[in-house]
Structures are given as structure tokens and as C-alpha cells.
Design a protein around this ligand. Structure first.
Ligand SMILES: Nc1ncnc2c1ncn2[C@@H]1O[C@H](COP(=O)(O)OP(=O)(O)OP(=O)(O)O)[C@@H](O)[C@H]1O
Length: 198
């Protein structure tokens, strides 16, 4: 499969253009880095690629077609701030099983402890919460993962652990991954190529 953005221009409302004529391709099984200065539009681009924002001009295409809006989105996005992407009124087991039911082996491989499932989001640390968001994004129907500063808030050991699991799954299932990060050592370690958007 191919996820591509073609000649994307984007502005918030009537503000300045933040993204200008951006074109990229991400193939199944590829792990590509996206790097750029703070404010250069990385998160905006992540949201456009996953269908959360519509480009002002240009297209995001999955195998030549627009992203589906009426079924599971095969392009999954994991944000930097997990507390903003879970429902604060749901216990973690409900959040985890919202769209599909992850198997125990996946839950355990991401280091989620059984007792966390009965907690509210505000009873977990940011790193613990992010493990749920990563797990939730790795459905059997996920074809592309957009990881926007996914492990930035984690310590180096946890960061390495989560990326090892994600890359292992991506390779086994041929998932394409876009690694958005300002941590150049992370990108250099896991990505086959890097896109700069400054
Ligand atoms: N909802 C919004 N409305 C208006 N402007 C916005 C909105 N969200 C982001 N911006 C602006 O768009 C620009 C790009 O923001 P974005 O978050 O995409 O950059 P970034 O490269 O991810 O930054 P960082 O590395 O600091 O997270 C910034 O100037 C920001 O102020």
C-alpha cells in the first residue's frame, strides 16, 4: 500500500500558509522520519496525513483514494500528549477496547499491567497512558502509523522498549511508520530515510 500527500497547502483559517506544496510518499513496511524546527508544521502535517484536518489544497491518498471516513481509518495517529487523546470519563479497559479488542500478548508486550485496566486516565503516568494509546493504534487493520513525538515524554529505556515493540510489529505486519521527532538520534537509529520540513 501507499500513503501519499500530493502538493499540500495548509493554513489555519485566514492565517499564513504553514504547509506549502508538501509532497511525500510512505510505502508499506517503510519507516521514515520527519524532522523540523519547532513550529514548522509537523503536528499539523501529522493531523492532515491521518485525516483529522483537510488540506486547503492538495490531497492525501491511500492507494490513490481518499482516506475512508465511514469505517476504521487504516492510518492511525499517536500524539505526543496521551492525556488529550483518551476520554477522561472512561476507565482504561473501556478506552483500550473502544474500536477493537487487543490480544493479551500485545497488551503485555507494551508493558501494560493488569491493574492499570481498572484505573481512570488521571491515575496513570503520562508514559503509562501512552502505552495504551500505542496499543490502541496497532489494530490488525492499521496499515500506517503516524507517530508524532510518540515517546518524547518517556525516559530513554522506556522509549527504546516501546520503539522496539512497535518496529517489530510494523515489520511483521508490513505497517508503514512515519516517525515525527525532533530527536535526531532516534530518527537516525530507526528510520531508513528522513524528510526535513523546515
Ligand atoms: N489550531 C491552530 N490554530 C491556529 N494556528 C495553529 C493551530 N495549531 C497550530 N498552529 C500554528 O501552526 C504552526 C505549526 O504548528 P505545529 O504544531 O504543526 O508545529 P510543530 O512543528 O509540530 O511544532 P512543535 O515541534 O513545537 O510541536 C505554529 O505556528 C502554530 O502556532
Amino acid at each position: 500500500m501507499l500513503l501519499e500527500s500530493k502538493n499540500i497547502n495548509f493554513r489555519y483559517g485566514k492565517g499564513p500558509f504553514i504547509i506549502k506544496d508538501f509532497t511525500m510518499e510512505l510505502n508499506s513496511g517503510e519507516i521514515v522520519g520527519l524532522s523540523g524546527n519547532s513550529g514548522s508544521g509537523k503536528t499539523t502535517l501529522a493531523r492532515i496525513l491521518a485525516g483529522y484536518e483537510k488540506p486547503y489544497e492538495g490531497h492525501v491518498l491511500l492507494d490513490g483514494k481518499p482516506l475512508p471516513e465511514d469505517r476504521f481509518n487504516p492510518v492511525q495517529l499517536v500524539f505526543q500528549h496521551p492525556e488529550k487523546s483518551v476520554n477522561p470519563h472512561w476507565k482504561m479497559h473501556k478506552t483500550l477496547n473502544e474500536g477493537w479488542s487487543p490480544e493479551d500478548s500485545l497488551i503485555h508486550s507494551l508493558g501494560i499491567e493488569e491493574e492499570w485496566l481498572q484505573r481512570w486516565p488521571n491515575e496513570l503516568s503520562g508514559g503509562e497512558l501512552q502505552r495504551f494509546c500505542v496499543t490502541r493504534a496497532l489494530s490488525p487493520d492499521t496499515k500506517f502509523l503516524i507517530a508524532d513525538e510518540m515517546t518524547t515524554m518517556l525516559d530513554a529505556i522506556t522509549q527504546a522498549h516501546i520503539w522496539n515493540v512497535v518496529i517489530d510489529i510494523a515489520k511483521k505486519r508490513n505497517i508503514g511508520v512515519l516517525v515525527i521527532s525532533h530527536e535526531r538520534h532516534l530518527i537516525d537509529r530507526i528510520c531508513s530515510k528522513v524528510i526535513e520540513i523546515n
